[in-house]
Design a binder for this molecule. Sequence first.
Ligand SMILES: Nc1ncnc2c1ncn2[C@@H]1O[C@H](COP(=O)(O)OP(=O)(O)OP(=O)(O)O)[C@@H](O)[C@H]1O
Ligand SMILES: [Mg+2]
Length: 223
Amino acid sequence: MQIERLSSGTKVIDELLNGGAEHTVITNFYGPPGSGKTNLGLLFTLSCLKQGNVVYVDTENGFSTERFFQMGGTKEDLKRVLYENPTNFKEQARVIQKLKKLNTKLIIVDSIVSLYRLELNKDNFTEVNKELANQLATLSFIAKEKKIPVIITNQVYSVNSDEIELSGRDVVKYWSKCLVELKKVDDNRRLAILRKHRSLPEGIKAEFEITGGGIDKAKFRIF
Ligand SMILES: Nc1ncnc2c1ncn2[C@@H]1O[C@H](COP(=O)(O)OP(=O)(O)OP(=O)(O)O)[C@@H](O)[C@H]1O
Ligand SMILES: [Mg+2]
């Protein structure tokens, strides 16, 4: 049976994901600041609003209504975005628990790890990681129960000069059935690389640009 997918509203990312983010599982877009994570969150939100409410859990005040309108969103659209803005990791846990009862066609958590990183110290590592795993297990359960996509974004850190690692490491990788790495190539150009997928080859890539209206396929340029 064909898995249902939610379009990203942008051709280049839909092509990479063979139609979009899969229903029933967690898709994770990870990358450095400015790589396009929040832009994608907004684009998926706009794409889904045609079908119903979207829950947007914004942990770092990244949701810009100005950007939302630039991308074609209207005031009416905005009313159907259920906006949550937790300010610490415990609040994030409460928000995620609450989502079980909400009627929604898409859940976005942008990002899953910023408040986790603030909470983490050398004494609470095990406990805080367990809580992160709990939150991801809940999101995964909701995706399955409601048959909707859950999209999370993830910060990264450098391991060495050419290697990066996801904050939350194995815990987030385990629970994300689809992992897409975003890279900044230059001021305009970005690269999306599929790193994990249940039915598509790992390593396939798409070049894109962030534009006034959203995200477009990168243009061929002669320097
Ligand atoms: N109207 C626009 N036209 C072109 N580029 C834009 C526009 N609005 C935002 N951008 C670009 O989008 C990029 C920011 O993307 P985004 O906010 O999605 O990054 P992010 O991966 O979420 O970063 P962070 O980790 O800091 O949250 C910046 O390079 C910014 O210049
Ligand atoms: Mg962001």
